[in-house]
Design a protein around this ligand. Structure first.
Ligand code: ATP
Length: 351
């Protein structure tokens, strides 16, 4: 369903905690905003989350995902996490289930500075990069062995799985993205220590680079990449890396932006049903207070429109969000005094 239509059929899954607050609020702005670009958003809200899990023992209802794959253009997701379910069983079933069953192999995290003063970095001007994290393999596959537990011979092995197919497609995704941006891809790995997977990533990176003559490349070990993100972040355009290093680097990235309340992300299977979610979680500490920052969800909406081909709409949304941040019309996490709804009203006033 990648053809451009004037109606976007959206499944919204607000989930738990502030997920429900930011997704519903963001849509109060995104829907009229899209309408002003002649795009109609048809939202079906799904109640997947902690309440349903506790009530019915169901994460993803049977047959529902297949229906979404047929009917929807995108999933707009809030957060899962609830103090009543400390082991996050429902989160695993819902979010990890969606990632796996929809084969959302590219985790995309843009790192942009909306206002340099918010960043903990001294020199935060002109930071604009995207971290592409492989989302289906690596250390997160949960394979390994655990022998002689509790004895002095205990041996615990976690296996990082890397397949040629998995590595090739994520590296190609990064190059395709770089082609549309500033034309530079940095491969981050640890091939000096992780020899087998490392050599597969290195070899495949060179092979794919051969198809993109106008894209420049660089390579950094993961430890060095962490340092460069802090002392020379402007050097990065697109970073591609495995599941574990992507997890770590993108949290440094979110921190560089100055607040979790600004960080957007997408889980993508190109041309197929994909999932768009703010980076932050359910934040039980501030739930119900009306102070959740809706801008990460709004910026996530911009990613969604970008992916569906509505580039001007996405750019305009980013401009509105940046305007609110620059003027300080923001929630307390960014040093402002506004409530969630007031931030949305400010954005709506620019439509
Ligand atoms: P979860 O278990 O669902 O990941 P968490 O509270 O452990 O939830 P996050 O929700 O990601 O983790 O956030 C950590 C803290 O950052 C929160 O406790 C909250 O104070 C703050 N925070 C996160 N997102 C926002 C937001 N959108 N607006 C304001 N503050 C936020």
């Amino acid at each position: 369903m990648s053809e451009k239509e004037n109606t976007i059929r959206l499944a919204s899954i607000p989930g738990d905690g502030i997920g429900t607050e930011v997704i519903r609020s963001a849509l109060e702005y995104l829907s009229p905003k899209a309408a002003s670009f002649d795009v109609n958003i048809d939202v079906e809200e799904l109640d997947w989350g902690a309440d349903k899990w506790l009530r019915e023992g169901v994460g993803i209802p049977k047959g529902k995902l297949e229906r979404l794959q047929k009917e929807k253009h995108a999933i707009f997701f809030g957060a899962v996490g609830d103090p009543r379910i400390p082991d996050m069983a429902h989160g695993r079933e819902i979010l990890l289930g969606l990632r796996k069953r929809l084969d959302l192999y590219a985790n995309v995290r843009p790192i942009q500075i909306l206002k340099p003063e918010l960043s903990p970095l001294k020199n935060a001007q002109n930071i604009d990069m995207v971290i592409i994290r492989e989302n289906t393999e690596g250390i997160y596959v949960g394979e390994g062995t655990h022998e002689s537990e509790g004895t002095i011979n205990e041996r615990a092995c976690d296996i990082s799985v890397n397949t040629y197919m998995g590595v090739e497609r994520i590296i190609r995704y990064a190059f395709e993205l770089a082609k549309k941006r500033r034309g530079h891809v940095t491969l981050v790995d640890k091939n000096n220590a992780m020899r087998f997977g490392g050599s597969l990533w290195q070899r495949t990176f060179k092979e794919v680079a051969g198809d993109f003559a106008n894209v420049e490349t660089a390579h950094l070990y993961a430890d060095v990449a962490c340092m460069r993100l802090v002392d020379d972040p402007q050097r990065f355009d697109v970073i591609v890396t495995d599941n574990l290093f992507g997890d770590i680097l993108s949290d440094i990235g979110a921190s560089i932006m100055g607040s979790l309340g600004l960080a957007a992300s997408a889980n993508i299977n190109p041309g197929k049903l994909s999932l768009f979610e703010p980076v932050h979680g359910s934040a039980p500490d501030i739930v119900g207070q009306g102070i959740a920052n809706p801008l990460a969800a709004v910026m996530t909406g911009a990613m969604l429109f970008d992916e569906l081909g509505y580039l001007e709409l996405a750019t305009s949304i980013r401009k509105d969000a940046m305007g609110a941040v620059r003027k300080g019309l923001v929630t307390p996490d960014l040093g402002g005094e506004l409530k969630t709804e007031a931030v949305i009203e400010e954005l709506v006033s620019h439509i």
